[in-house]
Design a protein around this ligand. Structure first.
Ligand code: GLU
Length: 508
């Protein structure tokens, strides 16, 4: 008999439990084949929190065995994006570590060595079936509406036959010899999962062309890197049976597995670009604070207490347990994401909001980076009036553009101008107010000016909007916004007067 069952795979008890004293070692193994998807960010976050909470190690391993699709740019984007989110790893291609290399493509010799071990032990066998034969096999199965699976043609070839074909240079794949029986494991998220081995066919570990496959290399690397827990997306649940059988064949303890619920679009279909942005870079470019992205991702399948939605990453680290992750798909709520963004911006220190908004102001063409730096205190005050109102950092430029406009050409929004024009005596009121303002102490505060302006309106026998609507239009071109006398102070007296004078012409 070629296949000698090992002690762990002959019964149905599932993976060996790793020793409690072992520090937890978790990883993410992204394929560098495109943009940094939010699903990857969530998986990274949950693994990272596991390591940080339990004093373990978090490892980044780049799964770049798909040569055609893997790119160095994508790997760099993953590293940069995850770091931007605030994640760090203890081992990885960019930081090294005791189990280097951390790029799967650089471990290929080891994978072949491991395949050789399984061949020698009879847990794997060489399959000489040609592509034509396999295609015909599959076509027949499809026609008969059977599950596509390998029929085991090469499973029990005579050793002499194998030798002869090898000597003749016949190409072969290496297949895993799936034993009979069943395996049960305790998924950290889903609880007890049992699969019958009959559901798994003798899958290809090493292709005839193209080298080792994902299910094989991922286990080789996870064993070599002493990974103790694997948290990953539910789409990988189908792979876990194959992988557990490999651990058993290697006689290695299997990590604990936890499969995180799929992220779903509002229509409960797997989240995709059709629903909206799914790449980290999109949210970043759109002005979401990284803290909001992290907070939102924490909520994709996990909850703090069922009521508190806004919390920081330290709280997440303190409280996260994969056993609390929900089984049901996590519906991605775009509106809530934006709301969360606004909530977090409101809670941030002003200086930070100003710093984060600055690039959007520069990109919006309102000022250069140098100009903003030179007027840092002033810019902070400008931001202060909007911090409560913006949902995204990128909302800021549109709300403060008037501060950067030429006094005679402040763009008037239609509603602001219509509101101003409602007041028949607007030109006289503006002119009188301009004279009043010009006479005020140049150092007067917004509060003092505000109180004075109210007294001015009362003395003129007007209602407040009769001054304030034309004045707001004159100074900001907007129908609403922050305290007008903050605006007067921030613009500087000369500019405020010039804007009012321009409005006396423009609103005539
Ligand atoms: N490269 C796989 C992915 O990005 C890794 C899956 C795993 O964690 O085993 O989905």
């Amino acid at each position: 008999m070629l296949f000698a069952p090992c002690s762990t795979c002959s019964d149905a008890v599932g993976p060996m439990v790793t020793l409690m004293s072992e520090p937890v070692r978790v990883r993410i193994a992204p394929s560098p084949t495109g943009t940094v998807h939010l699903g990857l960010c969530r998986t990274a976050l949950f693994n990272w929190a596991t390591a940080r909470r339990r004093g373990g190690k978090f490892i980044l391993r780049i799964e770049d065995t798909d040569h055609d699709r893997s790119t160095a740019e994508s790997e760099a984007a993953i590293v940069e994006g995850l770091r931007w989110l605030g994640l760090d790893w203890d081992e990885g291609p960019d930081v090294g570590g005791p189990y280097a290399p951390y790029r799967q493509s650089e471990r290929i010799e080891r994978h072949h060595e491991r395949a050789g071990e399984l061949l020698a032990a009879g847990h794997a066998y060489r399959c000489f079936c040609t592509r034509e034969r396999l295609d015909a096999l599959r076509a027949g199965q499809e026609e008969r509406k059977e599950t596509a699976r390998y029929d085991g043609q090469c499973r029990d070839l005579e050793p002499d036959d194998v030798e002869r074909r090898l000597a003749a240079g016949e190409p072969f794949a290496v297949r895993f010899r799936v034993p009979e029986g069943a395996t049960t494991f305790d998924d950290l998220v889903r609880g007890t999962v049992t699969f019958a081995h009959a559901e798994v066919d003798d899958w290809v570990m090493v292709r005839q062309v193209g080298g080792p496959t994902y299910n094989f290399v991922v286990v080789c690397d996870d064993i070599d890197m002493r990974i103790t827990e694997v948290l990953r997306g539910e789409e990988h649940l189908v792979n876990t049976p194959k992988q557990l059988l490999l651990y058993a064949a290697f006689g290695a303890p299997a990590p604990a597995f936890g499969h995180l619920p799929l992220m779903l679009g509002p229509n409960r279909k797997k989240l995709s670009k059709r629903h909206g942005d799914t790449a980290l870079g999109d949210y970043r470019a759109n002005g979401y604070p990284r803290e909001a992205i992290v907070n939102f991702l924490c909520l994709q399948g996990w909850a703090l207490d069922g009521a508190t939605e806004v919390f920081d990453v330290a709280t997440f680290v303190e409280r996260f347990d994969p056993r609390d992750v929900q089984k049901a798909g996590a519906v991605f709520d775009f509106d809530k994401f934006k709301w969360l963004s606004g909530e977090l911006i409101r809670r941030q220190p002003l200086a930070l909001v100003a710093e984060r908004c600055a690039p959007f102001v520069v990109a919006g063409g309102l000022a250069t980076e140098g100009e903003l730096r030179e007027r840092a205190r002033w810019f902070e005050q400008v931001v202060a009036g909007e911090q409560e109102r913006i949902l995204l950092y990128s909302d800021l430029p549109g709300r403060i553009a008037h501060f950067f406009a030429a006094d005679e050409a402040v763009p008037y929004a239609a509603d602001a101008e219509a509101g101003a024009r409602k007041h028949a005596g607007r030109i006289e009121t503006l002119a009188a107010f301009r004279a009043w303002l010009a006479a005020q102490d140049p150092a007067a505060s917004a509060e003092v000016l505000g109180a004075g302006a109210k007294a001015f309106v009362a003395a003129a026998g007007l209602k407040l909007p009769a001054l304030f609507q034309p004045l707001r239009c004159a100074l900001t071109g907007m129908a609403g916004g922050r305290d007008l006398f903050d605006v007067v102070v921030l613009l500087g007296r000369e500019h405020a007067l010039a804007r009012i004078e321009a409005a006396e012409r423009r609103l005539a």
